[in-house]
Ligand binder design. Structure first.
Ligand code: F6R
Length: 410
């Protein structure tokens, strides 16, 4: 049921604080001393400050009922993988396979998986893997991402990898789906039923689950303990941060009014947020039927810069939590030098960019998380943008033309 919402997509976007929590429930054990540095001040459900009381974000300590405490160090418990983590850690390559939004989730998580697992990570579009008959070996671990668990291209790639002896892991939302049944092991994302054809809450839950898989793989590495603790604490805070990002809805609706008659929209990102640019552009094109391209900003000078003029709207994802932030600031400067119509997405602690507000066509200011989880926060206003553009252009939000929720043919 859509309840108070006009469309399932909007409901599913707004459900994300809960769907993210459900993806993590029962899978995170906190240390007795966990301290949360990414919790917004106003809305702490059960904190030392109590609801509504101002607390200092850097020192917040709060109990989340879903996450038991007690160990020396926090840890991730993924029952479906526990017997296979050793094999995964010994594999010669981790190959992530998916289509569309599911593939983008793998793009988002790749850097963190490489960092934690220290194993080469390969990303494959399922259809392309099959077109190339990509070599796969017994020493590989192949991880199949699919919200529906029924996507024909992904299923075909799974059968192909299985026949070659690779360990096959499923990351799906649909219990008992073909991919869940045919993989050797897996993790459900548990984000709840997704009805809107465009995937929203499944995308953010997929990133969270891939992050947890990377953490589980690094559980026995002492040199990763501090980083793991930082990311686990940020996971716990994430639902509240996403709730805060959702408050941008009115601002995004006004931005959509400025953009809905445009023919094209570019989205630049790099590092962790290359995925954000791909995913935002996919949502805009599939729902609003507006041409949109997600571009890796590192490639800007190798072609896309030729498109830039003062009319074409360009969204630049430039969040400070990312190691590539200085490079993105430089991208903004180069685009500004060409009079680009810039919509900048930055974090709320970014005084430098916020002070330049008047120089941009628009500014989207989001709360901060940790680098690997920032794409989860950043996509929220861009999901909302695609939604409002579609409503203003008077297209069917929940059932875009020519698309199906489960693509069961290749
Ligand atoms: C985009 C979208 C599609 C799916 C793709 C894979 O919003 O929904 O790109 O992500 O068809 O579907 P699953 O994840 O079910 O395999």
């Amino acid at each position: 049921m859509k309840g108070e919402y006009d469309h399932f997509m909007l409901k599913e976007i707004f459900e994300q604080p809960d769907s993210l929590l459900n993806s993590m429930r029962g899978r995170i054990e906190l240390s007795a001393s966990s301290v949360f540095s990414h919790v917004p001040t106003e809305e702490i459900a059960d904190g030392t400050g109590g609801p509504g009381k101002k607390t200092t974000p850097k020192q917040v300590r709060f109990n989340v009922p879903s996450f038991p405490r007690g160990l020396d160090k926090p840890r991730i418990v993924l029952g479906g993988l526990s017997e296979h983590l050793n094999t995964m850690n010994r594999s010669r390559r981790l190959m992530f396979v998916g289509c569309g939004t599911s593939f983008h989730a793998a793009v988002a998580a790749r850097g963190f998986i490489e960092e934690m697992a220290e194993i080469p990570v390969d990303l494959q579009l399922a259809s392309d893997l099959m077109d190339r008959q990509c070599p796969i070996f017994r020493e590989d671990t192949c991880i199949f991402l699919s919200q529906s668990g029924e996507t024909a291209d992904t299923l075909q790639a799974l059968r192909y990898a299985k026949a070659r002896g690779a360990l096959c892991v499923g990351v799906t939302n649909t219990v008992g789906s073909a991919i869940a049944r045919e993989t050797d092991c897996g993790v459900y994302i548990h984000c709840g039923a997704e009805i809107g054809v465009a995937s929203t809450k499944a995308y953010t839950s997929q990133i969270v689950v891939l992050t947890m898989i990377a953490l589980a793989m690094a559980a026995n590495k002492n040199d990763k303990a501090a980083r793991s603790e930082e990311v686990i604490n940020a996971l716990v805070s994430l639902p509240e941060i996403v709730r805060k990002a959702l408050q941008l809805d009115k601002h995004i609706q006004s931005l959509a009014k400025e953009l809905y008659e445009e023919q094209s929209l570019l989205v630049f990102g790099r590092g962790y947020n290359y995925s954000t640019s791909l995913e935002a552009a996919l949502k805009v094109k599939e729902l609003a039927y507006m041409h949109s391209e997600g571009i890796n900003a590192g490639e800007m000078k190798h072609g896309p810069l030729a498109l830039i003029d003062s009319n074409l709207p360009v969204i630049v994802v430039c969040t400070k939590t990312d190691a590539v932030y200085p490079k993105m600031v430089s991208v903004i400067e180069q685009l500004r030098a060409r009079q680009a119509r810039l919509i900048v997405l930055c974090t709320e602690d970014d005084e430098e960019l916020i002070s330049q507000k008047d120089k941009f066509a628009s500014l989207i200011i989001v709360p901060s998380s940790v680098d690997i989880l920032q794409p989860v926060v950043n996509i929220v206003p861009l999901q909302l943008l695609s939604y409002h553009l579609t409503v203003l252009r008077e297209f069917d939000v929940d059932q875009p033309r020519n698309l199906a929720k489960s693509v069961t043919v290749t």
